[in-house]
Design a protein around this ligand. Structure first.
Ligand code: CMP
Length: 140
């Protein structure tokens, strides 16, 4: 099934100039970039995007981290891309991420884990419009 997913490259990876290396890893899997932009989140946006984690002990630290610098938000398309990208990203905690995954290569710790990807089609359906309007998502 052809799916779309939201991918965010997080502030520390941006500061460390890892953006193009990470995007290349995604492209080399055969996935296609539909839309992308550099964004500096407001606190309201960071809290809104991660509202499902509100109340968890890591929530405030996560929101603060996401405000430390610009991020790259993007929409990608491909065959079963949600699962495929979750495999390519590796486990949330980079200490558990397999060699060859994005988080194994470029993440520092569970909070500063360099990349976010939608975890289901339902998440993608709410995360994509959070950052992109309909007319930014047209491929042809
Ligand atoms: P992400 O895929 O962006 O989704 C939620 C984020 O919360 C996750 O990546 C991590 O950056 C962060 N996160 C999840 N679990 C923890 C944790 N135990 N401690 C700190 N941050 C976490």
């Amino acid at each position: 099934m052809i799916e779309r997913t939201l991918i965010i490259i997080k502030p520390r990876a941006m500061k460390e100039n890892k953006l193009s290396k990470i995007l290349t890893m995604i492209e080399e899997k055969g996935y296609h970039l539909v839309a992308g932009k550099v964004v500096k989140l407001s606190r309201a946006q960071a809290e809104g995007f991660y509202h499902v984690h509100k109340g968890k002990e890591f929530y405030e630290g996560l929101v603060k981290f996401m405000l430390t610098g610009p991020i790259f938000v993007s929409v990608w398309e491909g065959e079963n891309i949600i699962l495929g990208l979750r495999k390519l990203m590796g486990k949330t905690n980079p200490l558990e991420a397999k060699e060859g995954t994005i988080r194994h290569k470029y993440a520092h710790n569970v909070r500063e884990n360099c990349i976010h990807g939608s975890d289901s089609t339902q998440s993608a359906d709410s995360e994509i419009p959070f950052f992109f309007s309909e007319n930014e998502l047209i491929m042809e």
